[in-house]
Design a protein. Structure first.
Length: 56
């Protein structure tokens, strides 16, 4: 989840570092989608970036 005023690419970098310990270069923006509220969840903006394989 993005922090206040945090750009989506920075969110990707931060979350992958925090959750998996990975330092990544975020690729090009591929798409932005919107998911409407459902069940107990609010709506979300789904932002996807190009990813590349990680080396050994």
């Amino acid at each position: 989840m993005s922090e206040a005023n945090e750009p989506p690419a920075e969110t990707v970098r931060r979350e992958l570092k925090e959750e998996l310990g990975l330092e990544v270069v975020v690729g090009d923006l591929l798409c932005v989608d919107w998911v409407s509220p459902h069940g107990p969840w609010d709506d979300i903006a789904d932002v996807r970036f190009l990813g590349r394989s990680l080396g050994a």
